[in-house]
Design a protein around this ligand. Structure first.
Ligand code: MEV
Length: 418
């Protein structure tokens, strides 16, 4: 059984951390070499094929969040992010959630939505005719993917809606496509373009846009965890966290920051596994406003024993086949470290990470504030950079924080004095 609860992981050397991850995820020597190489895993030649006008590559820190138990399975979670404290906060949140069994997460099937905009049309007549031809439209759409069809997936439903705009009424035809383990943007766009000519023929209208919707409301993931009252810090801290949550749920200025904290977790895993992070954030923000008011994406309450209960619902469109998740060597290794076997499982991990992150952020904000933790982490990094061993780091950090003098020079001086 793999165990993600690793004591003092943050104090280990790079080699020790890599060895732990290697054993946990059964990485090969080759994969280890890729993680150790300092180019972030992607050559210029590869970058040049991925985007236009390439002039180089750009690396970000890759770290590992520990302690995660999701649906009874232990995960070490790779996170790519530039911001200090985020990986530590996710690990801390997961550690408290673990006391009561970790995260319970479920995900919808991966249905992607493709949109076709039809103009110059009698909308109600068009809707009737499209419904009559649904089977034909689906067959044509599915002719574009043998792979999905063979798996019993692919285009499943055609729906229609009317929108009323200042430039007149429009018919919007939507294809609902089960894209399996792919993010599905390419196949969705291809299917929309393929069926457009017959949609024009059937409705007598003119098709303009044919494009995937990033608002993934048919790919909802729901995560829940109970955070042990004592682990959280007692009744008062639980109650203050509930007050902090109410602030976020009832004020858009706070809600945006609160939801940004959730994205710190979710997007860091998205980055590590090569997902389209812009799609995820755009969708999550629209979902936060689904009641007509922008609110907290998470919900916080307490159970009858006073434990803190958190839940998070996200529309998440991710893939483990296709896209750069299969091209970028480090993204491939990160997906292997996660040991996820489906896009749904990856979406569950990303949502649990968002919830853990949100817990740690609001707990810090409702208690000591976030700056103290940031400064402690900064001081640790400086002490380590000064050459201190793990035993010496604690002493140096404590002294620097007490003196309110946190710098590399001070860390070096204190080290000389030990
Ligand atoms: C910082 O990146 C994230 C937080 O601002 C989130 C929050 O305020 O809940 C700490």
């Amino acid at each position: 059984m793999r165990n993600s609860s690793i004591s003092k992981f943050f104090e280990k050397s790079r080699k020790e951390k890599l060895d732990i991850v290697k054993n946990f995820a059964n990485l090969s020597e080759e994969e280890l070499k890729i993680l150790q190489s300092n180019n972030g895993g992607i050559s210029f030649e590869k970058a040049d094929k991925m985007v236009e006008n390439a002039i180089g590559t750009f690396s970000l820190p890759l770290g590992i969040a520990t302690n995660f138990k999701i649906n009874g399975k232990d995960y070490l979670i790779p996170m790519v992010i530039e911001e200090p404290s985020v990986i530590a906060a996710a690990s801390k949140g997961a550690k408290i959630a673990r006391i009561k069994g970790g995260f319970d997460v479920s995900a919808d099937e991966s249905y992607s939505i493709g949109q076709i905009q039809v103009l110059d049309v009698d909308v109600s007549n068009g809707i009737r005719k499209i419904k009559e031809s649904e089977k034909k439209i689906l067959e044509l759409a599915n002719s574009k993917s043998n792979t999905l069809s063979k798996m019993g997936k692919g285009a499943k439903e055609v729906s229609c809606k009317e929108i009323d705009t200042p430039l007149g009424k429009m018919l919007i035809v939507e294809l609902l496509i089960d894209v399996g383990d792919a993010m599905g943007a390419n196949i969705t766009n291809t299917m929309c373009e393929t069926v457009s000519p017959i949609i024009e023929k059937i409705t007598g209208g003119r098709v303009l846009l044919r494009i995937l919707s990033n608002y993934s409301t048919r790919r909802i993931v729901k995560a829940k965890a109970i955070f042990d009252k004592d682990g959280v810090g007692g009744d008062e801290v639980v109650d203050d966290i509930l007050m902090a949550y109410q602030f976020a749920d009832n004020d858009v200025y706070r809600a945006v920051t609160h939801n940004k904290g959730i994205m710190n977790g979710t997007i860091a895993v998205a980055n590590a596994t090569g997902q389209d992070s812009r799609a995820i954030e755009a969708s999550a923000n629209a979902y936060a406003a689904r009641t007509g008011k922008y609110r907290s994406l998470s919900k916080w309450s307490k159970d009858k024993d006073g434990n803190l209960v958190g839940s998070l619902e996200l529309p998440l469109s991710v893939g483990i086949v296709g896209g750069i998740s299969n091209v970028h060597p480090v993204a491939k290794i990160c997906t292997k470290i996660l040991d996820v076997t489906s896009a749904k499982e990856l979406a569950c991990v990303m949502t649990a990470t968002g919830l853990a992150q949100n817990y740690s952020a609001i707990r810090a904000l409702a208690t000591e504030g976030i700056q103290k933790g940031h400064m402690r982490l900064h001081a640790r990094n400086l002490a380590a950079a000064a050459g201190a061993t793990s035993d010496q780091i604690d002493q140096i950090v404590q002294k620097m924080i007490k003196e309110k003098k946190i710098s590399l020079d001070r860390a070096k001086k204190l080290l000389e004095q030990i």
